[in-house]
Write a protein that binds this ligand. Sequence first.
Ligand SMILES: Nc1nc2c(c(=O)[nH]1)N[C@H]1C(S)=C(S)[C@@H](COP(=O)(O)OP(=O)(O)OC[C@H]3O[C@@H](n4cnc5c(=O)[nH]c(N)nc54)[C@H](O)[C@@H]3O)O[C@H]1N2
Ligand SMILES: Nc1nc2c(c(=O)[nH]1)N[C@H]1C(S)=C(S)[C@@H](COP(=O)(O)OP(=O)(O)OC[C@H]3O[C@@H](n4cnc5c(=O)[nH]c(N)nc54)[C@H](O)[C@@H]3O)O[C@H]1N2
Ligand code: SF4
Ligand SMILES: [Mo]
Length: 705
Amino acid sequence: MSSDTTSHYRACHLCEAICGLEIKTRGDEIISIKGDKDDPVSRGYICPKATAIADIHNDPDRLREPVKRVGDEWVTISWDEALDLTAERLVGIQAQHGDNAVGFYAGNPGVHNYGNITHGTQLRRALKTRNNFSATSLDQLPHQLAAWAMYGHQFFLPVPDIDHTDLMVIFGGNPMASNGSMMTMPDAPGRIKALRARGGRLVVIDPRRSETAAVADQHIFVRPGSDAFVLLAIINTLFKEDLIRLNHLQDQLQGVAELAAAIEPFNCDLATQQSGIAAADIRQLANDLANTERAVLYGRMGVSVQEFGAVCQWAIQVINVLIGALDSQGGALLTSPAFASVRKGTPGGGHFDRFQSRVSGYPEFAGELPAAAMAEEILTPGNGQIKAMVSIAGNPLISSVNAGELETAFESLEFYVALDFYINASTRHADVILPPTGPLEHDHFDIAFLRLAIHNSARYNPPVFEPPAGSLHDWQIFNGLTERISALKGRDYRPLPAPDVVVDMGIKADIYGADANPEMALSMDKLKQYPHGIDLGPLQPGLSERLCTDDGLINLAPAFYLADLPRLLAASEQDGDALLLIGRRHVRSNNSWMHNYHRLVKGKPRWQLMMHPDDLKARGIDSDTQVTIESRVGKVTTTVIATDEVMPGVVSLPHGWGHQKKGVKMSIASQQQGVNCNELTDDKLLDQLSGNAVLNGVPVRVTAA
Ligand SMILES: Nc1nc2c(c(=O)[nH]1)N[C@H]1C(S)=C(S)[C@@H](COP(=O)(O)OP(=O)(O)OC[C@H]3O[C@@H](n4cnc5c(=O)[nH]c(N)nc54)[C@H](O)[C@@H]3O)O[C@H]1N2
Ligand SMILES: Nc1nc2c(c(=O)[nH]1)N[C@H]1C(S)=C(S)[C@@H](COP(=O)(O)OP(=O)(O)OC[C@H]3O[C@@H](n4cnc5c(=O)[nH]c(N)nc54)[C@H](O)[C@@H]3O)O[C@H]1N2
Ligand code: SF4
Ligand SMILES: [Mo]
């Protein structure tokens, strides 16, 4: 390689695995993107998406300057004009209709871009609306609710110690495609291989023989949405068969007797009837989990975004406690990150049901309302109706439920501003689009996912390229807007310093800072000397001292979970013969925004509906033909393929597609044929307890088109 080539090291920001990258550049050209062999956790692993970061950087469709809608046209405007206009419109609408007339949607990539986390809150505070929504309630809200209710902090989230376990049981997660979630584990394939090579077992419970199920020791099909019955039956078995093996946490537990009484009706027979899993298999799972010294139970999207997502995630925590996995090596451990470690006194612990959504009375969690309520809050007239939306790093018209109604809602807004660098299915409805710098033009420290990693480490990297003159980072846009909004409202505003300064202060005051750990004395300056990251060692037990509950106890039986069990029992009495729709992820796709890069969309199509051959036959439909899929709220037409990868009664359609809409300016994505599966998901079908959306187990009808 010629001498004018420079190597840059950087963590990938695309998914939760945060793999280390080595990016070689020559001038302003990217020569190659490879794995960083010296990253202490990813150790050189990358997936095919990483190289597409070059395509994001170079994409001619990516906006570099703010644009304003004039009729059907987009006109480039200056940053001052864009920020002034946005602040004036938002404050004007709030002055006329009240603070709640502005709604806020924060999407997934914001969590992967740390300036959004350090600076986003100030903008939210300046706007002071109750109508805050985010991808949390399309995703991991049940995890956070269980963490808050049992451990006293929404981010007290133990992760599977996959590198040291002998049995990992996964309900509804597909790390071979997703690379892990709520469990930062770069190189899922390598880690799963290593688990099996040392004699450990992987068991997957999933309605589809997913990529992970395919490499597991055992795969058990489960009827979508029925996991709560199975998980409670496991608890039931643990009690009945005297399998409870509490560890050092036993003196800190409360609610054991209440739990045992409450789950009494949820036996294996009921679980079998609901889930299709043989009672013997459920008992075996309970026995294996209890009798394997280092075992862990993990559940992800498949058991979060379903009708009983909250009960499922609570039950998973309970089982890990009852088998002694919580806070044990090879079980579920809490990460010890350099920034924002969770321990007693950590702010932002969360709260639940302090206020409710205006139209349907759904509970808030940590100041957010369910994304499923967004459309009705925009469309239903009355005091507090949303008249303007702010979206940040989100594409809700593809990613959120009942996309058809949400589109009607967004069309009706008086004003919509998007912080985004694409004109996509959502932002095409905007009045103003504020594009931040591209991913390689800003520095990077992963606040969210270093906190959820299966191994402790810290890593900071400077930008690969200088940002273009006059461009703004997300956090600078937040500052610009917050300053203007505060001025218009006559409020004081002190801008926060740059994210690396904020994080530096946090790191110094945290567990590896000079005060707490003089030997390590971690700071941003020190991190900057280690471009591959600093290894902070394997996860350690020590959860007892970190517990955030007021009484220092773990409550196994929070009242609101027990109160939700009659709803679960009632569901067992309903019968339905509809097909149940589930989603699926593919390693070359990433939610809704990575379809504009040729290298990720080429090859055989991956957006079709999967259906079991028996279900096709029963309807007289041939494989590879056009079908119409219909739910209560919508209808889409796409190609069906026959496969026994899905169990009978289940159909699978991936999310994130549907870019063919008029006005979308993503030249490659808009040519892709995949349809938007969220035109089928139902805003009224949500987990009543947590308010989380139901994206899996949606009843649909499939007919020949
Ligand atoms: N049916 C179904 N629906 C689902 C899911 C499912 O499994 N099934 N999954 C759900 C889940 S888990 C999630 S997290 C959501 C994701 O849904 P959203 O949170 O809405 O996120 P994306 O669809 O990924 O859209 C991301 C947007 O952010 C923009 N963007 C990318 N990087 C940046 C940046 O640095 N700054 C800014 N300002 N913008 C940026 C992109 O251009 C894109 O428009 O989808 C949910 N929807
Ligand atoms: N390549 C790629 N990686 C990603 C993403 C992506 O879009 N593409 N998105 C990222 C994001 S935002 C997230 S949140 C994570 C998600 O990470 P994961 O949760 O690991 O990903 P999913 O593919 O949604 O896995 C859900 C699994 O649950 C199964 N399932 C569906 N319904 C049920 C059910 O009722 N019960 C059970 N037991 N299983 C069920 C599905 O078949 C699927 O295999 O992935 C992240 N990583
Ligand atoms: S697995 Fe995720 S973090 Fe790793 S290279 Fe792929 S997209 Fe990036
Ligand atoms: Mo997600």
